[in-house]
Write a protein that binds this ligand. Sequence first.
Ligand code: HEC
Length: 152
Amino acid sequence: MTEGLRHRSRTWLLIWLIVPLIFGTQSQAEEPETGLRQQLFSDLKEDSKTLARQLKNGEYDSAEITAAGLEQMVLSLRNLFPLSSKGEGRSRDKVWDNWQDFDQQLQDLAGDYRNIITGIRQQDESQIEQALQFSVSSCRACHRPFSYRTLW
Ligand code: HEC
């Protein structure tokens, strides 16, 4: 092999190594948190429907378990918006720019589920009803400013 050829093949080798590195980083997959929070939000949607149905039917034991699961989901969501995932998914940049407000709304929603549990334990139907209403209206109240699309 001549010196020139050997040089050229080394150059190609470098290109084959470097090009995927560059493009690989640019088109890098989303942060794992983005997919996780979307999964949790769809679970939240399903389980909040289940909760409303259980409460309507007076299935309080099951409703208490569902509400406890929902409370945990919402608390987990608080950890699924790392700064590195800004702009990913359907979240607007506002989520991170107004983090305290956003996070407070998540905490309030977790509190609504907690109040439903308390209401069930104290057999306080008006508390249950009110907390359920709060939890349901929180979805739209948060999506309008913080999420790109109206979801339903
Ligand atoms: C504190 C704000 C906030 C509250 C409260 C909230 N959401 Fe969301 N929701 C979001 C954001 C932000 C997204 C976009 C997530 C992403 O794609 O990055 C989202 C996305 C979703 C999605 C789409 C998930 C997907 O697959 O893309 C569903 C479904 C959803 N929310 C349901 C609900 C329901 C049901 C409630 C009320 C019980 C609710 N959300 C309350 C902020 C909120």
